[in-house]
Design a protein around this ligand. Structure first.
Ligand SMILES: [Zn+2]
Ligand SMILES: [Zn+2]
Length: 218
């Protein structure tokens, strides 16, 4: 896997925040993030990336990169988990197909609203009940399953005290010697600190998830 391929796996896919759909370059590093997961590797000039310039420190792109830099500077407890030892990939493979896209991983054509997300009822315009108001074009990355084609909403990989999306853990597990370190648990059920992943050649951050239904956070 070359660096461009590696970064593209972690970029946003058709994200309305367009700056997330491409790798970012700042301060000797390359970054890629979709908002839930971020990766940083040492800069390679040959890689095409958007150069982030902190003109006023206030641009949305610079906030993304500065936020990642800040999180990487935080301390992590020695609660280490080798990602190659997790069952994330098997969990994904065994999951049921995504109901919305029928397992294709791409947005289906909505016969009810023609992908406008809206239907007319009496005198008002309402959210389309068939697709939940999704306005993504047919054939684009399915937002319900994040393009996996699997019903992944309730799936979690539990590592120490935190729960993670198996799709991201499987993705990170492909990086050489990837090891995840949980942040210290915090006493706030609405605030999550990302797990830090070290791998040969870089660092990554991945947001934890709420516990699966029926389980209470530890
Ligand atoms: Zn619809
Ligand atoms: Zn889907």
């Amino acid at each position: 896997m070359n660096t461009t391929e590696l970064l593209s796996r972690f970029c946003g896919k058709n994200d309305i925040r367009e700056y997330l759909n491409t790798p970012l370059r700042k301060g000797g590093y390359l970054y890629a993030s979709n908002g839930h997961i971020a990766v940083r590797v040492v800069d390679e000039p040959a890689v095409e990336a958007f150069a982030v310039i902190a003109l006023d420190g206030g641009t949305a792109i610079d906030k993304v990169v500065s936020g990642i830099e800040q999180m990487l500077a935080d301390t992590y407890q020695p609660d280490a988990h080798r990602l190659a030892d997790t069952n994330a990939a098997q969990m994904l493979a065994a999951a049921e197909p995504c109901e919305y896209c029928k397992g294709t991983g791409v947005t289906p054509k909505c016969e009810r609203c023609n992908n406008t997300g809206l239907v007319t009822s009496l005198s008002s315009l309402d959210e389309c009940p068939a697709c939940g108001g999704n306005t993504d074009a047919p054939g684009t990355h399915c937002i319900a399953c994040d393009g996996t084609g699997k019903d992944v909403m309730e799936l979690r990989v539990s590592l120490g005290h935190a729960y993670y999306n198996p799709r991201y853990i499987a993705l990170l597990a492909e990086l050489p010697n990837a090891t995840l370190y949980n942040a210290e648990p915090i006493d706030d059920p609405y605030y999550y600190v990302p797990g830090l992943v070290r791998f040969d050649g870089g660092l990554a951050l991945v947001m934890p998830m709420i516990p699966p239904r029926g389980e209470v956070a530890a």
